[in-house]
Design a protein around this ligand. Structure first.
Ligand code: AMP
Length: 278
């Protein structure tokens, strides 16, 4: 397995790999890998002859009061996991190697990133789009794999790929959960035992929405009210509860197929997100 820090070297590796006739897959991550990340690697390996994983805590997607400086890291362990998962190359850049001090170009998606996490985290999706565009130009993937866990991120990146004609096929992996239902996340490492128990409220609130839809409930406002009440009853501080059209991410009035319920809530200081198709 190659470990490459320099963007130019990474590009050279990608060109060489593709010249050898291999279809190249990329799994972008911020590291502190868990089974969810590894499931993305497996999907990429099923579709590609060579898989690269990027491991970069991207400073530009964090707000000033967010957890950039404390984001969990465990590079030696991550590299070991990548090796066992059959990753061909890990791209492990330094922030200084990624961003010139006077960098003045960014990628901005203006519609899908306006609400939900984009509303609570101004500048987040600008940082995400810019770094993913850079990673696509550096790692030159034929296929890029993302997790459904970050539903809005997938929608925004899909739009960027379409609108900017990136020659990249997007593959989306289902959400991997711990046995009790908590969606796996590197940020779960922040949670105390109590906060982790509270965190179960997110998947429970989504189950409420799912059951209401199955039972024929149509009133979105009523369902969102019940979801919010459930989150609060678990001691969570709600950031948002939303039921939106799966493609446009526009809020909907009446529940039906082709919609997604999304929640974001703080367990203690840790912001957790989750979502489920209805
Ligand atoms: P992150 O390192 O948190 O930026 O995540 C890197 C990629 O892994 C993103 O595409 C995430 O959506 C995906 N991912 C994170 N958690 C999960 C999970 N529990 N199940 C599936 N994919 C995930």
């Amino acid at each position: 397995m190659r470990v490459i820090e320099n963007p130019k070297e990474m590009q050279a590796w990608a060109v060489e790999t593709k010249r050898a006739g291999l279809r190249l897959g990329l799994v972008p991550t911020m590291g502190f890998l868990h089974e969810g990340h590894l499931s993305l690697v497996r999907l990429a390996r099923e579709r590609c002859g060579a898989v690269a994983l990027s491991l970069f805590v991207n400073p530009t997607q964090f707000g000033p009061n967010e957890d950039f400086s404390t984001y969990p890291q465990s590079i030696a362990r991550d590299l070991e996991l990548c090796r066992s998962a059959g990753v061909a190359a890990v791209f492990l850049p330094q922030a200084a190697g990624m961003y010139a001090p006077d960098a003045s170009v960014a990628v901005v998606e203006e519609r899908l990133s306006a609400g939900l996490c984009g509303a609570s985290r101004p500048g987040h999706f600008r940082g995400v789009c810019t770094v993913v565009a850079k990673l696509f130009n550096i790692a030159l993937p034929d296929v890029a794999v993302f997790g459904q866990k970050d539903y809005q991120q997938v929608a925004v990146i899909r739009r960027m790929v379409r609108d900017l004609n990136f020659p990249v096929e997007m593959v989306v992996a289902p959400i991997l959960r711990d046995p009790d239902g908590l969606a796996m996340s590197s940020r779960n490492a922040y949670l105390s035992a109590d906060e982790r128990r509270m965190g179960l409220g997110l998947s429970q609130a989504l189950a409420l929405a799912h059951d209401a839809a199955e039972a024929g409930e149509r009133d979105t406002a009523a369902v969102k009210g019940r979801m919010r009440a459930h989150l609060e009853s678990r001691g969570l501080r709600v950031d948002y509860v939303a039921i939106v059209d799966a493609d446009t991410l526009d809020p909907v009035d009446a529940l039906s197929h082709g919609q997604v319920a999304l929640v974001a809530a703080f367990s203690g200081k840790t912001r957790l997100i989750d979502n489920a198709a209805l």
